[in-house]
Design a protein. Structure first.
Length: 66
């Protein structure tokens, strides 16, 4: 499960029902974050991170340590 405080625009995620997608927007609500995700199927959804059971997709680019 994702940490709702760390998810950001551009992250690749996976949802058990909708599949893989890219986060296109985030809205922090304190104890949760609402994310807009454009799924690879072309469907766009707004989901609450805490209850949506999102995971990072395995095709997520590696983060470079600065």
């Amino acid at each position: 499960m994702l940490d709702h405080t760390e998810i950001k625009k551009g992250d690749r995620v996976r949802h058990r029902l909708f599949g893989k997608g890219t986060v296109t927007d985030t809205l922090s609500l304190g104890d949760d974050t609402v994310v807009t995700i454009e799924f690879d199927s072309g469907v766009t959804k707004k989901l609450c991170v805490v209850v949506s059971d999102l995971e990072y997709a395995d095709d997520m680019p590696e983060q470079k340590n600065s």
